[in-house]
Structures are given as structure tokens and as C-alpha cells.
Write a protein that binds this ligand. Structure first.
Ligand SMILES: *Cc1c(COP(=O)(O)O)cnc(C)c1O
Length: 411
């Protein structure tokens, strides 16, 4: 077929350094800007809104690709997909203490069991479009699992480096899905250093968080989808478990793009970054009024996905928090696990620890007064609770003996 006749679509105009604002050409391989900061994808939003309406969107299949005009893929043949369904927004009235509705956005329903699928389907599709053949990435687990799956599907090689105490299920799913996975006796930033130091020798394209521009675009669909599901009326607050921060940055980008074209009006949601007390660099920087976060020493928490001691997009997270009149807050592991039990037992939703942290933070901030019970809240559960270790269960019945007292079974 004549190449020119192929259906192509994109409203991308250029890439822009998120710090300095200088421009970069589209459709070339890019990592960081000259200033060493993340690149953001810019669109011709005016033309986009002239050719697409919210109504038209509503007739499309309920997948991430219904927002394709807001996404960077030029040639649909390059889309690498595993069925990125819309995720449910579940009303959880038992978690509510006032008239402000609370919803859990359950991202655990996506391919590979986490919202990392949103970012990686986009980044891998773009890598395919740009002719990348070998990728490397440091990960705490879920991003590596999503990368392994999409890269295998695209026929791209993926080298993946995890801290050695990454949940076993993650490490094994990466290996099972064809990723070349290595355990490293350090944290995610140590894994990142291995990628940086090896990339020339190995001809790797660096897929570290925010070191390529397209994962944010995939994560952005959380914001688009949320608006779509809430009939274009955004919630008062969003509680987001924050590690590298791509999700929070992406959603904030989506809200601003939609605001630019008049799809949402009024005040945007307050963005609330939730971290664990054992690893809270963003919270510390927020409280210090700093633009950047400092490396968090000795990071530890059960919520592996938010154990990120240093994030290259720290200033973008802090900007979004401040611009939105939100804040950053930390909760400890004990509260996280308590919150997981409470939500599972009251609402039947098994959260991942990172997701549970958002509910623990919600409760904490209700009592501190930073959140008001009349404000609506979205709690992000970014992965399936089934990917994590659960409390032991050891009740046992010997079926060779009669059950003497059935009433005891209710203990
Ligand atoms: C990666 C991850 C996070 C953190 O997401 P960022 O957008 O990188 O801050 C939170 N929860 C889970 C389960 C994750 O896998």
C-alpha cells in the first residue's frame, strides 16, 4: 500500500522540556531534554477539539484507545495492545464519613494487573513506531511486568532490573513474560544506575520512569477516563500513591488539556500525593517548600510500588500538588495494612498496599482537617491486591472426624 494512503493520526506538535521549555522534534527517539529533565508531549489541542467531541467519544469502545486523539501514536498499526479496558470507578459508601462521595478507581483490572499497563502500552507502542529494538528499565515490579508483556508482544528485547526484595510474583511474572530480569542488591535508583552505565555498551533504549516521554501520555488516560466516567465533572480530591509520580503528573496534564479545550470547567481536583513514612521524599520536599526532593536514605515500606527514594520528576509532582491546592502526606505500614483489611472487609475490594495507603491517608487527613467530609474523593488502587502477600490463613478441619460443634466455625 502507498505509505501516504495509510491512515495516520496525531495532534502532536512537539516535545517540550518540562523545566526549561525548549522544544524537540517529534518522531525521533528522545530520552531526557538537554537540561536532563523529562520531556512532555505537546498537542494542537485546538484542532483536536475541532475534530472530536465528548459525545463522539461516548460511542467508542470502552478502552484506553478511545482517547487516541490525545495520544502520540501516529500509525495505528504500531499500537501494541493487550486489551486496555476502562477500569471501574466503584462507589464505596461505607468508607465515607460525610456527604462527599468516595470512589475507588480499581486499576488492578488492567492487563498485567496494574496501571503500569497504561504507561507501558503507550511507551512500547511508541518505541515500536520509532524503531527501538532493545529496552532496559529499573523497576520495583509492576512496571517491569508490564514492560515484559508489551515488549514480548512487540518483538522488542527487554532487560529489567529489580531490587532483590521486589515481590516474588512480580519478578516471576517478568521472567515468565519473556523479560531478561535481574535481581540487584540495592534500591530502584541503584538499578537505574546499572541501566545508565550499561546503555551504550548494550544499545539499550532507557525506559526508566520519565526518561522517555510517552509513559506519561499513557498514564494521562487515567485523568481522561475519570472525567469521562464522571460525566466531565471532576472530583474535589484525588488521592494518588506516589512513587516516580508519572500517574499524578499524567493526570494533571490530562486535566489541564481538557480544561484548555473546555471539556471540564471550574476548579481542578486537589492532587494529594500519598507516600509511606518509610520513603517520603515528596512529602518532605512539600513540607520544606522545596522545588526538588532530596534522596531518601534507607527507604523501606510494604508498598513496594511507592518505594522510590529519588524521582526525576519530583518538581513536576510538587508543581501539580501546589497548583491544585493539594498536598503530600505519608502513612505508616501498619496503617496501610489496617486500611487494606478495612476496605476488603467493608467493601469487598482487595486493595494493593499502595492503594490501601490512599485510604489510610484519606482517614488521616479527614481527622487532621486538611480534607473536609463534604469533599468527594477518588482513591487510586494501582494494582491488583492479589499480586501481594496476604495475611496467613490457618483454619483447618479434619474431614475424617465429625465436626462436633458447628457453631465454632463462626469464630
Ligand atoms: C508504580 C506504582 C505506583 C506509583 O506510581 P507512579 O505513578 O510511578 O508514582 C503506585 N502503586 C503501584 C501498585 C505501582 O505499581
Amino acid at each position: 500500500m502507498d505509505k501516504k494512503l495509510k491512515q495516520t493520526f496525531t495532534y502532536v506538535t512537539h516535545l517540550e522540556c518540562s523545566m526549561v521549555g525548549d522544544n524537540y522534534a517529534t518522531y525521533q527517539q528522545h530520552n531526557l531534554s538537554k537540561a536532563g529533565k523529562p520531556l512532555l508531549v505537546k498537542y494542537d489541542l485546538k484542532s483536536l477539539s475541532n475534530s472530536l467531541s465528548r459525545e463522539e467519544l461516548s460511542y467508542r469502545p470502552e478502552t484506553l484507545w478511545r482517547y487516541r486523539e490525545f495520544l502520540p501514536i501516529k500509525n495505528p498499526e504500531n499500537i501494541v495492545t493487550l486489551g486496555e479496558n476502562m477500569t471501574p470507578l466503584i462507589h464505596t459508601p461505607r468508607l465515607q464519613s460525610g456527604k462527599g462521595n468516595i470512589y475507588i478507581k480499581d486499576e488492578g483490572r488492567l492487563p498485567t494487573g496494574s496501571f503500569k499497563a497504561r504507561g507501558l502500552c503507550m511507551a512500547v507502542s511508541m518505541a515500536k513506531e520509532l524503531g527501538v529494538t532493545r529496552i532496559a528499565m529499573p523497576t520495583n515490579g509492576n512496571a517491569g511486568a508490564a514492560l515484559a508483556a508489551y515488549a514480548s508482544r512487540a518483538g522488542i528485547e527487554a532487560y529489567i532490573f529489580c531490587p532483590e526484595d521486589t515481590p516474588q510474583v512480580n519478578v516471576r511474572e517478568i521472567a515468565a513474560q519473556g523479560g531478561k530480569v535481574w535481581l540487584v542488591n540495592g534500591l530502584i535508583n541503584d538499578c537505574g544506575r546499572i541501566v545508565t552505565e550499561g546503555k551504550e555498551k548494550m544499545a539499550w533504549f532507557d525506559f526508566s520512569t520519565l526518561k522517555e516521554p510517552y509513559r506519561i501520555e499513557g498514564k494521562k488516560t487515567m485523568g481522561l477516563e475519570l472525567a469521562d466516567q464522571l460525566e466531565w465533572v471532576l472530583p474535589d480530591t484525588i488521592f494518588y500513591p506516589t512513587g516516580g509520580g508519572t500517574g499524578l503528573i499524567g493526570m494533571w496534564k490530562a486535566f489541564n488539556e481538557m480544561k484548555d479545550i473546555g471539556w471540564v470547567n471550574g476548579k481542578l481536583p486537589r492532587m494529594i500525593a500519598v507516600q509511606a513514612t518509610g520513603c517520603a521524599p515528596i512529602v518532605q520536599a512539600y513540607e520544606d517548600g522545596a522545588e526538588h526532593a532530596e534522596l531518601w536514605e534507607g527507604a523501606h515500606t510494604v508498598a513496594a510500588g511507592i518505594r522510590v527514594p529519588v524521582a526525576i520528576g519530583d518538581f513536576l509532582v510538587l508543581r501539580a500538588i501546589r497548583e491544585s491546592n493539594g498536598f503530600a502526606t505519608a502513612v505508616d505500614d501498619e496503617k496501610i495494612l489496617e486500611a487494606r483489611n478495612e476496605v476488603a472487609q467493608q467493601e469487598g475490594i482487595l486493595l494493593c498496599p499502595e492503594g490501601a495507603a490512599t485510604y489510610a491517608a484519606y482517614k488521616k487527613e479527614l481527622s487532621s482537617g486538611r480534607i473536609n467530609p463534604s469533599e468527594s474523593a477518588i482513591l487510586f488502587n494501582c494494582a491488583s491486591g492479589l499480586k501481594y502477600e496476604l495475611p496467613k490463613m490457618s483454619r483447618f478441619l479434619d474431614c475424617t472426624q465429625p465436626v462436633i460443634d458447628y457453631s465454632k466455625l463462626s469464630d
